[in-house]
Design a protein around this ligand. Structure first.
Ligand SMILES: NC(=O)c1ccc[n+]([C@@H]2O[C@H](COP(=O)([O-])OP(=O)(O)OC[C@H]3O[C@@H](n4cnc5c(N)ncnc54)[C@H](OP(=O)(O)O)[C@@H]3O)[C@@H](O)[C@H]2O)c1
Length: 285
């Protein structure tokens, strides 16, 4: 089977491509002229250069493949154009990575774009599968747990905005890659959308404790009331001052983000690793 992968040079895409090749797929990667291809330079992939902003380049890249694997974010607003290009190039099968962030109760910036993208895919008539991962972690390229790992390596005190009791269910990057592979190989996933997550939910306090324990460190959690911090951050944002954390991130941290992946387990055998196991791998690095 020949696939076109978008977002192949990114954090998740660069873990997926070796897995696809190992499983006998022929892989063409859609890259921008500016994309850094170095992580994939040792793999036998075909390159197609272009940009979603220039649909002709994307249609050309799609010609001759059996399926599209769209890892690049649906939050960029290109979904309609991607679907049109698939029709133009005669590609009927498409696997799309979305995100469980579409379920946030917050008025997050890209939520409406992502929701509209999912609706467009579901109404398009293509043989789609949508996978919605929770927060993805693993490898120092992740922008989530590795920030925490680096911080906990140097500090004995961890400030937590809020009581730390909101649920998290991060998913290991290789489990996302495995889910893409399994879903693509299983026709039961056609025209369905799935949430995918880590093995079990854990509170943010438990996340901190698990990371600290994997690093062999003792860390004291310092809980701070989060609403005054959110207001202070919102104020600085209005003044256009840039801080390392945004008000929306603090609010999101205090939102429950546990998601069942039962359907993914039933339809394509999705079986993710626990946070303890995943973070144990990262702590060795
Ligand atoms: N990271 C998370 O925690 C998380 C959680 C849930 C869902 N997701 C979803 O999972 C997917 C992968 O996330 P990630 O964090 O692995 O992504 P990432 O590291 O940010 O990589 C983004 C990829 O998309 C490509 N891209 C961006 N704009 C493009 C354009 N206009 N035309 C062509 N390619 C373009 C980038 O190419 P360049 O190399 O040229 O920049 C890069 O390969 C995304 O759909 C994201 O929304 C991520």
């Amino acid at each position: 089977m020949k696939v076109l992968v978008t977002g192949g040079t990114g954090f998740t895409g660069s873990r997926l491509i070796p897995l696809l090749l190992k499983n006998g797929f022929q892989v063409r990667v859609f890259v921008r002229p500016t994309s850094n291809r170095s992580l994939l330079s040792s793999f036998e992939v075909e390159w197609a250069t272009g940009d979603f902003a220039n649909p002709e380049t994307f249609i050309a890249a799609l010609r001759g493949v059996d399926a599209l694997i769209n890892i690049a974010s649906l939050g960029f607003g290109h979904a309609e154009s991607i679907l049109k290009s698939m029709k133009e190039a005669g590609v009927q099968r498409g696997l799309f990575i979305s995100t469980t962030a579409i379920f946030t109760q917050l008025n997050a910036g890209s939520k409406s774009i992502r929701l509209a993208a999912e609706e467009a895919i579901q109404a398009s008539g293509v043989d789609y599968t949508i996978l919605r991962p929770t927060m993805i972690y693993g490898t120092p390229r992740d922008r989530n747990m590795w920030r925490l790992i680096r911080l906990l390596k140097i500090t004995p005190i961890m400030p937590i905005f809020g009581d730390g009791e909101s649920l998290q269910q991060p998913i290991f990057v290789d489990d996302v890659a495995q889910a893409v592979l399994l879903a693509l190989q299983n026709d039961a996933t056609i025209r369905k959308s799935y949430n995918i997550a880590g093995k079990a939910p854990l509170t943010y306090n438990e996340v901190i404790d698990t990371v600290a324990s994997a690093l062999g460190k003792r860390v004291w959690k310092l809980h701070l009331p989060y609403l005054p911090i959110v207001r202070a951050l919102q104020f600085t944002e209005r003044l256009r001052l840039r801080l390392p954390i945004k008000a929306e991130q603090v609010l999101r941290l205090n939102e429950n983000k546990a998601f069942s992946y039962d359907e993914a387990g039933r339809d394509f055998g999705f079986s993710p690793r626990s946070f303890e196991v995943g973070i144990g791998i990262e702590a060795q690095k």
